[in-house]
Design a binder for this molecule. Structure first.
Ligand code: SAM
Length: 254
């Protein structure tokens, strides 16, 4: 039975595609690629029919995919991957067993790699919260960003729609102090920019740049991820490694 493959494509750079994703993509003649993947993945899309999923209403898209799939495998390039904030869940649910999901490099993974930071650290950060002020605002009784922000928490903020100064004010309220913050714009894409700083200086460091697309009349979420928390500028020495070697990693019979 031909399948519909939802291939985690990473934040935009085809180098982030997994070997499995590349193999399945190569075997599909029709690929649904949201912008900007139809451009950044051109080297892997030659000779294929490339369609934009967002040109279709849901039912039309489902019917189109079903028609194509009766003859051969179909691929969707999923930005990042399905794990967080993916618009493809309804389609996957409707396709049931005909849908196959291929994991990929999420923006969070690419951001941590860019910053060279693990987002938790013993005694500094014990939990990571993935959130979006946009979805919090749309959800009745959801906590505020200020309630989610707290010492010991790393926050990954997707699809921000708040002006930076307002976002920082809410975060500062939760943390009760200035903590490090990183703004990662168009990671792995042409026009990539990353600005790091703290609540005290990030607004000045960003200046006039509209990383959140607030001036975009369509109000589409910009390709910008915000990460904040003490783990971003913390360093750790070898005692942590040695403690784990003594107490966690080394199995003793005595
Ligand atoms: C609908 S969500 C998709 C997330 C995706 N499923 C993932 O795992 O990365 C879109 C949001 O992801 C983040 N994002 C996606 N691609 C990005 C990129 N190349 N650089 C920075 N942030 C990105 C932005 O916060 C953007 O508003």
């Amino acid at each position: 039975m031909p399948h519909v493959y939802f291939i985690g494509a990473g934040p935009g750079d085809p180098e982030h595609l997994t070997l499995k994703g590349a193999r399945l993509l190569a075997a599909c003649a029709t690929v649904f690629a949201p912008t900007p993947f139809e451009q950044t993945f051109t080297g892997l899309l030659g000779g294929k029919t490339v369609l934009s999923p967002f040109d279709f209403y849901f039912q039309q898209l489902l019917e189109k995919v079903e028609t194509l799939r009766r003859q051969e495998d179909v691929a969707f390039l999923v930005p990042g991957d399905l794990t967080f904030y993916s618009p493809f869940q309804g389609l996957i649910d409707a396709l049931g067993e005909r849908a196959m999901v291929i994991p990929g490099v999420g923006t969070a993974n690419a951001a941590a790699a860019y910053l060279k930071k693990t987002l938790d650290l013993p005694k500094i950060c014990s939990r990571t919260v993935i959130t979006s002020p946009r979805t919090l605002a749309e959800t009745p009784h959801a906590p505020t960003l200020g309630q989610l922000a707290a010492p010991g928490v790393t926050l990954l903020i997707y699809m921000n729609h708040l002006p930076l100064a307002e976002l920082v004010a809410q975060l500062r309220q939760g943390y009760g102090k200035s903590v490090p913050i990183a703004i990662l714009h168009r990671l792995g894409l042409p026009g990539q920019e990353v600005v790091t700083g703290s609540f005290d200086d990030i607004v000045a460091r960003v200046g006039e740049r509209d990383f959140f697309g607030l001036a975009d009349p369509a109000k589409r979420p910009a390709l910008t991820l915000v990460i904040t928390g003490e783990s971003l500028d913390a360093t750790i020495d070898g005692s942590w490694w040695d403690w784990r070697r003594e107490n966690v990693w080394t199995f003793r019979n005595d």
